[in-house]
Design a protein around this ligand. Sequence first.
Ligand code: BG6
Length: 499
Amino acid sequence: MQKTEDHILVIFGASGDLTRRKLIPALAELLKLKMLPDRFAVLGIGRSKYDDGSYRVMISKHLGDRSGILPLLHYHSMDPEDGDAYSGLADRLKRLSKELQIAPNYIFYLATPPLLYGSIPRLLFAAGLTKEGEDRWRRIIIEKPFGADYLSASGLNRTLLSTLSEQQVYRIDHYLGKETVQNVLVTRFSNGIFEPLWNRNFIHHVEITASESLGVGSRGGYYDHSGALRDMLQNHLLQLVGLVAMEPPTVISSDAIRNEVLKVFQSLRPITGDQVSKQVIRGQYMASHVRGEAMEGYRSEKGVPEGSRTETFVAMKLFIDNWRWGGVPFYLRTGKRLPTRVTEIVVHFNSSPHSLFGQQEGGTGKGNALVIRIQPDEGILLKFGMKVQGAGFKVQEANMDFHYKDLTDSYIPEAYQRLLLDCMQGDSTLYARGDAVEAAWRFVDPILKAWQENHDIPLHGYPCGTWGPEIADQMIEGEDHTWRYPCKNLADDGLYCEL
Ligand code: BG6
């Protein structure tokens, strides 16, 4: 375990939802696990008029029994858009460092509206707060969304990198903080049996699903300007594609791994013009009954305009034009108000070259599949054909499965826990690099543009509790396959979920 140096974590947006729900609980957990440095403090920043005491009281309501972190929390009230306020912040940090004898190392966490991602670092720089020295380091964590398209993302990168070095910038993609996402690398590169098969000669297609049963809830205002393509696919799903498809890195280091992910993004075959309507399906959830409960349609959600054409579901077929993956389709889908919450990667291998046991004998006719379950019921499952006991050679599909929960020590840390700790230790491997974020936007941009400009590209309605528009099934079934359905539609049926 690497040593974490003393520092102060400064959180902009300290009274916001993300801080209360994710960041402070993650810090509380790190404290419990004795992973925080001996000398450490959090300085919350916001416009609300708290002092240290009242801030701790507000936060304590969200912490349950993890109140050990409270004495480490401090608060500084200021308007983050007011340049003059930053000298006050610098003074406060100096005083805090002196009082608590903490080395002047600072992490600035931007848990604010994205509008401030450019201006806060600029104002911190102007106040001298991002300047590193032999006895001090300075880092900035930026929440998603990192831009809304290629232009805004590259503009933001330019702004950040005009005052900071890439090593100081940590761009959050919380999927990379998930233990099971990191396990994709371990599964691939620490087992001799998978890697020789991990290419176009043996893999038929790859499927990645990230489905959610919840709707947009109270985030309608934000979501309506985003949609599933920007909110989930451009970042989380493409990062999963990156890890599944990358070449083995030369070493396990931040740059070696992120160089390989970048190459995958650079090899994505652009989806443009006519191909958009064939390779990308968009949908929006409509009112329905899910197990007897009435569910509102997207357009009736708070903050969503009546005639909104924002997609809450997207399915896509993409190709990676390189030697390893030439011709192998990757099918991606994500959506809200689907039957269940599940994220998984399914690698479908080619079926055997000759069907020795034939369909008549009950051969499954299917290739093997490796399911990497990211969440929930984290684990791995291999599907293979097995002889049915008794006469003849009837084959049935069987599962060989591993569930993390079956391990005696099956503690799975929260993504934010891991990501915060990595930044504290100066390891950016699990953060998105600027060039990769731009490459991902470069791929997504023509799709956004086609949707915006070509009103003939349909937005399909789908009832809450179903697996999205039926046409998304045809996109994959049309090629003699089906998506894997880890549980049935709920709009009309009971629930079963399997790994
Ligand atoms: C966020 C999206 O990045 O990821 C949300 O903005 C989405 O809309 C969430 O619900 C999903 O994350 P998880 O960890 O619950 O799969």
